[in-house]
Design a protein. Structure first.
Length: 154
């Protein structure tokens, strides 16, 4: 389910819901995902409350407590404000930026973590982004590709 709390030109809940279904299938994620598209102020409050970071961010992912709810994959919160800024800066549609952030969040819900996985999430996001017809991935444009290690650890 997609909730568009802050509207952006050219962005509709219906189109994003269709994309969310495609992204979940592409990632291989089962269970329902809820996506909230809201203000930077609300995302900042969520980031402060759940991650202890008092700053806005573009996307947050919240995996479910598996013991409580079955057939639920998690929640994603996206800052419409940051998405709009990024889309203008990078020269693509706000709807594409929201989709990039949704894909990023869904990949996190599938258990990937670009901060600690030696590039696995970045490679998956890049492959899925191209398959879904999206511009540069979040990880790639932030230069967050960790170096690949050889089998001997270097």
């Amino acid at each position: 389910m997609v909730v568009l709390r802050k509207k952006l030109p050219g962005v509709s809940e219906r189109a994003l819901s269709r994309f969310l279904t495609r992204a979940e299938r592409a990632v291989g994620l089962s269970g329902e995902v809820n996506v909230l598209i809201t203000t930077s102020r609300e995302v900042r409050a969520l980031n402060r409350r759940y991650r202890g970071k008092d700053k806005p961010t573009d996307v947050l992912s919240f995996p479910p407590l598996r013991t409580i709810i079955h057939d639920f994959a998690g929640d994603v919160a996206i800052s419409a404000d940051i998405a709009a800024q990024n889309s203008r800066k990078l020269g693509h549609a706000a709807s594409d930026e929201i989709k990039i952030l949704m894909l990023h969040g869904v990949i996190h819900l599938a258990g990937y973590d670009h901060e600690s996985d030696e590039g696995q999430m970045a490679r998956k996001e890049d492959r899925l982004r191209r398959a879904l017809g999206l511009p540069a991935s979040l990880i790639a444009r932030n230069g967050a590709h960790p170096p690949r290690r050889s089998r001997n650890g270097r």
